[in-house]
Design a protein. Structure first.
Length: 282
């Protein structure tokens, strides 16, 4: 189910003729009532990069509250298991480092990122209250920066921005001085974590999914330029947006213990695959 607000139909083109696959174009802000028995629901619906979630802040909030509410009702009606894609943004600009699931976060509730951060936090509240009140079968994963092939070229995330800029010989734009850190998880590892979480019986927990190991934004830019040696791009610096986190890195000890999940793809290897993808489309 997709309304293609940020998704692209071409990403599922190879599935459209599969008799076991059905595409439903629908916005989950609107109620959903399917004439089918559902066993599992993966809710990954929401614009997830600042460019997209800040474009229409109220739409983002509705997706994370009304949309999640509709998915919970669908799960309750079908006695289905719901997995919610939450985010490391629930930790805000963290004062604890690395971030464990027990950390409550440091979020500015009236900042320009709050329509995403606080809406995702509210979604987790809704989900846990459905679990407590209705015994709805739920799981929550807090996803840290994910990248890989099929990212949108105008997605606005740092990996795709830098790669597109380097391939087009445009300046790589770093906001701030580049000392802020992020951890980067390749998409294949992330999908493996989602599947393992959904398959883990008897575990209702909230789990971080991301790749430990921090890189500064400046290190990321320099690594991408080395992987695209023909690029003539230089690095430039602009003002840091408000509420931009200074550090972000997951503690995944719970995922290791409960799911036996450890991401395997290193940043350089994942960037090479992502660069090859973007070379093929621009």
């Amino acid at each position: 189910m997709d309304n293609f607000y940020t998704g692209k139909r071409k990403n599922i083109q190879d599935l459209l003729n599969n008799e076991r696959f059905e595409l439903i174009e629908h916005n989950i802000i609107e109620p959903v009532d399917l004439d089918a028995r559902l066993d599992q629901i993966y809710n990954l619906a929401c614009p997830a990069s600042p460019v997209h979630y800040q474009k229409d802040p109220l739409f983002t909030i509705k997706t994370n509250i009304w949309g999640v509410w509709n998915m919970l009702e669908l799960a309750r009606k079908n006695n289905a298991l719901l997995l919610q894609a939450s985010t490391s943004e629930v930790y805000g600009d963290p004062l604890e480092h690395p971030q464990k699931e027990t950390y409550w976060g440091n979020v500015n509730p009236i900042g320009i990122r709050a329509n995403y951060d606080e809406a995702k936090r509210c979604a987790e509240t809704l989900i846990m209250d459905y679990y407590r009140q209705y015994k709805t079968d739920i799981k929550i994963v807090r996803i840290f920066n994910t990248y890989g092939p099929n990212m949108d070229s105008d997605d606005g995330r740092v990996v795709s921005n830098f790669i597109i800029q380097a391939l087009k010989n445009n300046a790589l734009t770093i906001y701030g001085d580049g000392s802020q850190t992020r951890s980067f998880c390749y998409v294949d590892d992330l999908v493996d974590g989602l599947l393992k979480m959904m398959a883990k019986d008897g575990f209702q927990g909230t789990v971080n999914l991301g790749k430990p190991g921090e890189f500064t934004i400046k290190e990321l830019a320099e690594m991408i330029l080395k992987l695209i040696p023909e690029s003539q791009s230089k690095i430039i610096y602009q003002a840091l947006p408000s509420d931009d986190p200074k550090k972000r890195c997951p503690d995944i000890s719970l995922a290791e213990e409960k799911l036996n999940w450890i991401p395997e793809v290193g940043l350089k290897e994942g960037l090479k695959k992502t660069i090859d993808y973007f070379r093929s489309i621009i």
